[in-house]
Structures are given as C-alpha cells and as structure tokens.
Design a protein around this ligand. Structure first.
Ligand code: UT7
Length: 326
C-alpha cells in the first residue's frame, strides 16, 4: 500500500431544468433549421432554466444527488468549489449561496470561472486540496444558466447552449482516484469567444455593440478546440505512461459532436466508449462534463475501477483534462 492519497469520486449527481427547447422550437423565431443544427453540431434539444430559476438552484439539486450517492452529509463537507461563468450574483459567489442552501456552514466555498472548462479547473483545485490532506470531503460542481446571456436573434450562438448542472463529491482514497490533471489557458484569443461586458469595463451595450451576450467566431473556435484537445489528451496519456487503448471511457466537453468525434479518433476510441449528451443537453458549459459523467454512472456504463479521461475547452481560451480511475 502506498502512502499517497488520491482524491476519488465517491458520488455523482446532476440536474437539468424541466423546460426543453427543441431545434424546431428555435426555428420558429430564428432563421435556422433542425437539419442545420443536427448536421453541424449533433444537438437536437437543450434544457432552459425557468424564469427565476438560477445557477444556484441547478447546482443545489445536482449537489443533493451527489451527496446522497456519496453517502456524505452536507455538514461533513470541508470545501465547496463551483465552476461557473453564469453566477447568480456578482458576489457573493454561487459557492457561498450553495453552501448556505445545503446547510454546510463554515467550510470554505468559492467559484472558479474558466468558462466551459470550469468543472475541469474546479476538479483540479479540489484534487490538490484532497491530495495535500487539506480537505477530506469536497463538493465540486459545474453549473450554468448560459441561456441567460444569449442573444436569441443570433443564430450563430443561440442554437448551441443549454442550462444544467453536475456535481461530484471527492473523498480521500489510498488506492486510486484522480491520477493527473492538466490545465492550460491562452488569454490572447479572448475575442474569439467571450461576453465583452462586465463590472469593471462597464455594462454599456451601446459602446460594446454587445449587451450581456455571448459572442463567438465559431469556426475559429472549432479549430482551436480540436487542436488543444488533441494536445491535452496526448499530454495526459504521456504523463501517466499510458497508451490510448488503456482508456475505458472518454467523457468530453459537450460543445459539438464533430469536436467529440475528432478527439475520439485521435484516441482511436469507438463512439461506444465515448459519453455523448450534447444531442439532448446542448452545450451546458461547466455543467457538461459532470452531467455526462453522472449520466454514464447512473446508466451503469461507467463502473468502479475503470479508467476515465475527462476533457474540456472553453472561452479564455481555457482547456484541460483529468485522468481518473473511477
Ligand atoms: O464550449 C466552448 C467551445 N465552443 C465550441 O467548441 C464551438 C465551436 N464551434 C462550432 O461548434 C461550430 O463552428 C459551429 C457549430 C458554431 C458552427 O459550425 P460551422 O460548421 O463552423 O459553420 P460556420 O460558422 O462556418 O457557418 C456555416 C454557414 C454560414 O453561412 P454561409 O456564410 O456559409 O452562407 C452561417 O451563416 O452556416 C450559417 N449558420 C447557420 N445556418 C443555419 C450559422 N449558424 C446557423 C444556424 N442555422 N444556426
């Protein structure tokens, strides 16, 4: 037995808002079609938060499920980290709101904003806390209400995103768990995918020609995403001395089925070993990886002891991966 402490996923949970918006629904008010959206992205539908339903509401439901699956009470949590780029408020953080809602008073709680890579970034931070012995039970959430900052007249973005949340509870384990994480960022490409208003630059839509909305140069982002993800999956395997064929599952960020396909090809993984939710969820940003993980666990596809590769790419740019034995 080694002295090393791993952070192991003890339980997963997720939550999707009730309301579903199909491609045909979108085609009623924006110049698009089910055929175009499916062919270019693989998306058939997405969930949309109800009026008044916030990121914290989604995070709370996902967290309750993850805590239950892990057999951990909220009062036993040592740390809460929420990956989100659509917080309820500017401050306090969504993690603080969630902590209070869960009744986990006292433990540290903070948000991580890495756009669509938010969950992988949050998981990485949590892993360091558990491995160092600084925390035992850690709740890591990816939660978003991206539809709140979409321009519903912009067909190049509004068809892509959805709302949702996923969560995991990490616990220390002497045998196995998260094997390595790898994070990257390139702030020089910020204008290819961003929401260019905010507190410090000001909320002045007329000056930025934007308003509070997502702007994206889709095909540029596509190319950067494929390249960055190819490179980070190679880096992850190399760091662990593993061959691509050792992997049991790829659990990718769910932005576009064609990007997922490209990464699967790089890894020579048949699509049967790739978790795909983008068809039903759209791109839920930080929510996407933990939502896909929870679905894979609850459907019985992912089993204890299997080797999982998680990856994500998003605005910033940010990208990263986590290799873990479930
Ligand atoms: O999670 C963060 C990371 N985000 C991503 O990874 C997203 C990456 N990008 C993508 O997924 C793809 O680039 C998109 C799905 C956004 C776009 O697909 P594309 O194959 O790159 O299409 P395109 O942007 O090159 O547009 C092709 C055509 C254009 O028309 P023209 O100029 O060829 O006449 C667009 O105006 O498709 C048109 N178009 C649409 N048509 C119908 C763009 N959006 C739509 C739409 N419905 N919703």
């Amino acid at each position: 037995m080694s002295d090393r402490i791993y952070a192991r996923i003890a339980g997963t949970g997720s939550y999707l808002p009730e309301k579903i918006l199909t491609n045909d629904d979108l085609a009623q008010f924006v110049d698009t079609s089910d055929e175009w959206i499916q062919a270019r992205t693989g998306i058939r539908q997405r969930h949309v938060a109800a009026e008044g339903e916030t990121t914290c509401d989604l995070a709370y439901q996902a967290s309750l499920r993850a805590l239950e699956a892990a057999g951990v009470a909220a009062s036993e949590l040592d740390l809460i980290i929420v990956g989100t780029t659509t917080p309820d408020l500017i401050f306090p953080s969504t993690a603080c709101l969630l902590q209070h809602r869960l009744g986990a008073e006292g433990c540290p709680a903070f948000d991580v904003n890495a756009a669509c890579s938010g969950f992988v970034y949050a998981l990485t931070v949590a892993d360091k806390f558990v491995r160092s012995g600084a925390a035992k039970n850690v709740l890591v959430v990816g939660a978003e209400t991206l539809t709140r900052m979409l321009d519903w007249n912009d067909r190049t973005t509004c068809v892509l995103f959805g709302d949702g949340a996923g969560a995991v509870v990490l616990k220390p384990d002497t045998e196995t768990g998260i094997l390595s994480t790898h994070l990257h960022a390139d702030g020089g490409k910020k204008e290819l995918l961003w929401n260019p208003v905010g507190v410090s630059v000001g909320f002045r839509p007329e000056e930025k020609n934007a308003g509070v909305r997502v702007l994206m140069a889709g095909s540029d982002v596509f190319k950067h995403a494929v390249k960055a993800l190819d490179s980070v999956v190679d880096e992850t395997l190399e760091a662990n001395g593993l061959d691509r064929h050792d992997l049991d599952w790829l659990i990718p960020h769910q932005a576009n089925l064609r990007i997922i396909d490209a990464t699967a090809k790089r890894l020579e993984m048949p699509m049967e070993r790739v978790i795909v939710t983008v068809d039903r969820h759209g791109n839920t940003s930080s929510g996407s990886v933990p939502l896909a993980l929870d679905e894979a666990v609850r459907s019985g596809r992912v089993q204890r002891g299997q080797l999982l590769l998680l990856e994500a790419f998003g605005g910033g740019f940010t990208w990263g991966s986590a290799l873990l034995r479930y």
